[in-house]
Design a protein around this ligand. Structure first.
Ligand SMILES: C[S@@+](CC[C@H](N)C(=O)[O-])C[C@H]1O[C@@H](n2cnc3c(N)ncnc32)[C@H](O)[C@@H]1O
Length: 327
């Protein structure tokens, strides 16, 4: 496998982003239920570990998403029409997006693709690997800032196709997901489209092992967040003193990822000027992955100013791809 050459200047957080990171970590670790925002899981190592997760036999989401996109790319391209520009939120390396861009290309000779992600490494790879199917304009920004910038590049008469794949919508608390969809709608014009992928509720054992694989890759992905805080914020987390935990909340219909302290301990984070105490068994909540039922997509679309035009479900790994247009 070839390794992309990432310059430090590309990967390093700006002073402003570092200050925001420190501020978020400080606020999150001072809460009664300690928490860290999941977007910080994706530094260079975190993005590489997430990519590895997508290849795990236990993690069926990415393959289901990919199967649906490949099988329905032509219909998606028909629905999107021309001229259209594609914007992807949290694109990662954009591997699955190739089939959509390829299907759109024949009717959109000058197809533009705006991947938006907080990970410089993922964007660099995305740009390199998709340059043969579209004119790629990466934006290293958070979702809404990136969308604002990309939407401002709209050409006269052009429609936008917004992609939000991989069930990343599931990382939001349910009310926040709805609010976020309404925010997206504000940047779109009537007739623009949103293609959203969402993982469906399934057998508990399958859902749990997808976030707690026996190889330990997801555990490494989760623990790397503490390593990142050590590297970037001058903390002294002892990673071996924490363990990965994935659990299902029936009430919220979500998998929660936590990092559990194995013993009583204190950690100092220089950039936050903060000492944090942990009791043995106490956890830091790092990510939620909400699971959906197909009917929920219709309700979410209706409540956020969209209309469902088409919806496809993978039979092997229950997962839905939902194509909405802005009303
Ligand atoms: C679960 S991964 C999904 C990646 C890819 N879309 C897929 O389906 O395989 C989430 C992606 O969103 C990015 N991300 C997370 N929070 C973000 C935020 N607030 N703004 C922009 N990107 C974000 C991460 O860096 C990561 O690449």
């Amino acid at each position: 496998m070839s390794t992309p050459a990432f310059g430090l200047s590309k990967t390093k957080l700006s002073a402003e982003s570092l200050a925001e990171f420190a501020c978020d970590v400080r606020a999150g670790l001072r809460k009664p239920q300690k928490e860290l925002h999941s977007k910080y899981l994706y530094d260079e190592l975190g993005s590489a570990l997430f990519e590895a997760i997508t290849h795990l036999p236990e993690y069926g989401l990415t393959r289901a998403d990919e199967r649906l996109l490949c099988a329905h790319a032509a219909e998606i391209a028909d629905l999107a029409g021309a001229p259209v520009s594609v914007i992807e939120l949290g694109s990662g390396m954009g591997r699955k997006t190739r089939s959509i861009l390829s299907a759109l290309r024949p009717s959109n000779r000058e197809l533009r693709y705006f991947p938006i992600d907080v990970s410089a490494e993922a964007l660099a790879r995305c740009e390199r690997e998709l340059a043969d199917v579209a004119d790629v304009h990466p934006r290293r920004q958070s979702y809404l800032d990136g969308l604002a910038g990309a939407a401002a590049e709209r050409r006269p008469g052009e429609a936008l196709l917004l992609l939000f794949l991989g069930s990343t919508i599931g990382n939001f608390e349910r009310p926040c997901a709805l609010e976020f969809l309404r925010d997206l709608r504000r940047w779109l014009k009537a007739g623009d489209a949103l293609l959203v992928g969402a993982d469906l509720v399934k057998d508990l054992g399958r859902m749990l092992v997808a976030y707690d694989d026996p190889t330990g890759v997801t555990a490494g992905f989760n623990l790397n967040l503490l390593g990142r805080i050590n590297r970037e914020l001058g903390a002294n987390f002892e990673l071996r003193n924490f363990e990965h935990l994935a659990c299902w909340s029936e009430r919220e219909r979500r998998i929660e990822m936590h990092l559990r302290a194995r013993s009583d301990q204190r950690v100092f984070i220089a950039a936050c000027g903060l000492e944090v105490r942990f009791r043995a068994g106490e956890t830091i909540w790092t990510e939620s992955s909400h699971k959906f039922v197909p009917a929920e997509m219709f309700a979410m679309a209706a409540e956020s100013g969209f209309q469902v035009e088409a919806q496809w479900v993978d039979q092997e790994w229950p997962f839905v791809e939902s194509y909405w247009t802005a009303r």
